[in-house]
Design a protein around this ligand. Structure first.
Ligand code: PLP
Length: 465
């Protein structure tokens, strides 16, 4: 047999094996579908950690037996399980695929056709940027600061952030531990992309900002959801987080104050989580974009210098600079370099004049305090008004939102949000977009003036009567 024929034969053989794998995936998907039908009949939960643990163990053994790298085998298993969950969700929770942006777009269209809409959906504060920030941006444009910058950001801004953040936590943060990013959301993506590879797992605490699962899926990894509930005031049980850790877990994503619940994690929970992640060599991505809107003591992960963390911050919320798309992250210099490399690939850097506007924002403490006081007063008002409605909720400890459960079984969160918009012209977010088990919830954002909040809640009351 010639060398060429032998290679051709081997290629045919590898093609046959590959197609067999695809045929088996198809069989697996059919089984996943049948399992979903049974789960629905028995009202069993979508994910069963014990079943997954067993599967992981047998796959690991089989890898060892066949001389396959078990970390590869387990990542492959995660991808298969993720596909099963996607298929099963279509049967068990069809509204889980509800796109939150859809209702916002519909509200915008209603406005374009002349209807009045009260916006209690988006987390975009009505307070705009500080006057000094606008002036700084105009000055920067006047000086033609309109060039590319380092992908990590302009050194003066990195230095100022490092100094500002090190001070309250009595630690040195070096500018090499800071990267300036095009928005907080993109900093989240960079944190995820620099940590996970395809098939890895990331633990997400639900209800959660939907971008977390999207970022994890975008890099081919698997989001693993740990639920918290209203009854326990959204308290995170670290033992339950631990139960969800396995060899493929590489990241835990935290968000305090939380969007959508307003929960602020207490110092002991943060300390326990840090201990757990250090022990298991897992990274924490701590989304702290709402930290200046904490109405109970806030613990930053920056307080734990030795943990393997990426802390994400943004100019959007504290300074009312949503449209500037400016954020930053703090981590070890190697991770910062990785994140900057990905930013360089996609976007090169944040615009230079926007970064200079950000430099001035860091001096606008009065604006930050005023904004925080204003949101606090709106949260209190919303809490007071909601008490009259047939709903359950916990007063937010921080952030911009109240996460509310409908107590009547007449409507789920999606039906309620859709009717509220079409019949009353008030837009809220259905709860299911923050986690499939929150289908009876909706989220109110308090980013509008108090008269709008009052009018919106009155119309809500009318619909719920
Ligand atoms: N993290 C959370 C929890 C958010 O709610 C948001 C925005 O709504 C962001 C991050 C991203 O903010 P930005 O991209 O405007 O910096």
């Amino acid at each position: 047999m010639s060398e060429n024929t032998r290679l051709d034969n081997l290629r045919s053989e590898i093609e046959r094996v590959t197609l067999t794998i695809i045929d088996l995936v198809s069989q697996r998907n059919t089984l996943a579908h049948d399992i979903a039908v049974e789960k629905s009949r028995l009202s069993s939960p979508l994910v069963n950690p014990l079943v997954e643990r067993h599967l992981r163990s047998v796959v690991s053994d089989r890898c060892r037996m066949n001389g396959v790298d078990s970390s590869f085998g387990l990542r492959l298993l995660n991808q298969l399980m993720e596909e099963s969950i996607r298929l099963q969700n279509e049967i068990l929770c069809p509204e889980a695929t509800y796109d939150g942006h859809e209702i916002f777009t519909r509200a915008k269209e209603m406005e374009r056709s002349g209807e009045k809409v009260i916006h209690l959906e988006v987390g975009e504060p009505d307070f705009g940027p500080p006057v000094a920030v606008v002036q700084a941006m105009i000055d920067a444009l006047g000086k033609r600061l309109t060039k590319y910058t380092q992908s990590t950001g302009i050194p003066v801004l990195r230095e100022k952030i490092a100094k500002m953040l090190g001070r309250p936590y009595q630690r040195e943060i070096s500018p090499q531990e800071v990267v300036i990013t095009v928005s907080g959301k993109y900093a989240l993506f960079l944190g995820v992309a620099s940590t996970l590879q395809a098939g890895d797992e990331a633990i997400i605490i639900d209800p959660s900002f939907p971008a977390y699962s999207s970022c994890v899926r975008e890099v081919g990894a698997r989001p693993v959801h740990v639920a918290t509930d209203l009854e326990s005031n959204w308290t995170l049980d670290v033992d339950i987080v631990e139960e969800h850790i396995n060899n493929t877990t590489k990241l835990i994503i935290l968000n305090s104050p939380s969007n959508p619940t307003g929960k602020v994690l207490d110092v002991q929970t943060c300390r326990n989580l840090v201990g757990l992640t250090v022990e298991n060599d897992i990274r924490i991505l701590s989304d702290e974009v709402y930290s200046t809107f904490s109405y109970t003591p806030h613990t930053s992960l920056l307080e734990f210098p030795l943990c393997n963390q990426i802390v994400v911050k943004s100019f959007s919320k504290p300074y009312g600079m949503t449209g500037f798309r400016l954020g930053y992250a703090i981590s070890d210099p190697d991770t910062i370099k990785k994140m900057a490399r990905i930013q360089y690939l996609h976007l090169t850097c944040a615009p230079e004049f926007i970064q200079y506007a950000g430099l001035t924002a860091l001096d606008c403490n009065e604006d930050v305090n005023r904004n925080s006081i204003s949101i606090k007063s709106r949260l209190l008002l919303t809490t007071k008004l909601l008490e009259k409605l047939p709903v359950s909720f916990r007063a937010a400890e921080g952030g911009f939102y109240v996460f509310v459960r409908l107590e009547s079984t007449r409507m789920n969160g999606v039906e309620f949000a859709e009717r509220l918009l079409s019949e009353k012209g008030v837009c809220v977010m259905p709860g299911v977009i923050y986690g499939s088990q929150y289908s009876s919830f909706f989220r109110i954002s308090v980013c509008q003036p108090e008269d709008q909040i009052k009018a919106g809640l009155k119309l809500m009351e009318d619909l719920l009567e």
